[in-house]
Design a protein around this ligand. Structure first.
Ligand code: FMN
Length: 196
């Protein structure tokens, strides 16, 4: 199949899927999904675009049920893959409560990809582009969108189910995750095995 045909059928097949089977995810699939979202491309680029090639975005993984991974918050970087366990324990129930409105799929997902940004760093880099100095925050939101679409397409190609949860209480979510200094969680991508 020509590349454009394959791309168009993947785009057309992509759906938000909020129902998950109870089977755990494989570590390989979550690593592949993370690489779809923000993987390396060549020595100094990534699979998604970034304003000024600044790359202020970071991904983390909240594990609920993933083979051979302890429940909790794991770091992830494009070059090194999954990093150390930053916070042990099942964070899904608390994150479900921190979602705006009833979002039971947050608690049922086998894993949550956390999309985070260094907003201050981005604002500092682009402060001259806008009188109030917040152009970086706008760019970070655009970059989160690019990552989201890549995660959706990755999930679709892997045959997984996934949903972007942008409706989160910012302060509550940040308080639960306690991400490394300077990083703000913007959204979660909840994913799991698809119900056959
Ligand atoms: C910025 C953004 C935020 C979203 N937030 C949520 C959310 O908090 N909870 C949810 O269940 N779906 C959320 N969605 C998914 C949308 O509801 C979904 O994309 C829409 O219904 C269209 O369906 P489709 O993705 O299958 O085309 C969000 C989507 C976007 C783009």
């Amino acid at each position: 199949m020509a590349a454009i045909d394959a791309l168009q059928s993947l785009l057309a097949a992509r759906r938000t899927r909020r129902d998950f089977a109870e089977t755990p995810l494989s570590r390989k699939d979550v690593e592949t999904l993370l690489a779809c979202g923000l993987g390396a491309s060549g020595s100094d680029r990534k699979v998604v675009p970034s304003a000024g090639a600044l790359y202020p975005m970071r991904l983390f993984l909240v594990v609920g049920a993933v083979d051979s991974l302890q429940p909790g918050l794991h770091g992830w970087t494009a070059g090194d893959g999954l990093g150390p366990l930053l916070q042990p324990g099942d964070l899904r129930p608390a994150l479900q409560k921190a979602a705006l409105e009833e979002q039971p799929w947050v608690g049922r997902a086998a894993a949550l990809v956390i999309i985070a940004a260094d907003i201050e760093g981005a604002n500092a880099a682009f402060q001259d582009q806008q009188p109030d100095g917040t152009r970086g925050a706008r760019y970070a939101a655009m970059e989160a969108g690019a990552i989201t679409q890549s995660l959706y397409l990755g999930a679709e190609a892997l045959g997984l189910a996934g949903v972007l949860v942008g409706g989160i209480d910012d302060a509550a979510t940040a308080g639960i995750l306690e991400l490394p200094s300077g990083l703000t969680p913007l959204a979660l991508f909840a994913c799991g095995q698809r119900i056959p």
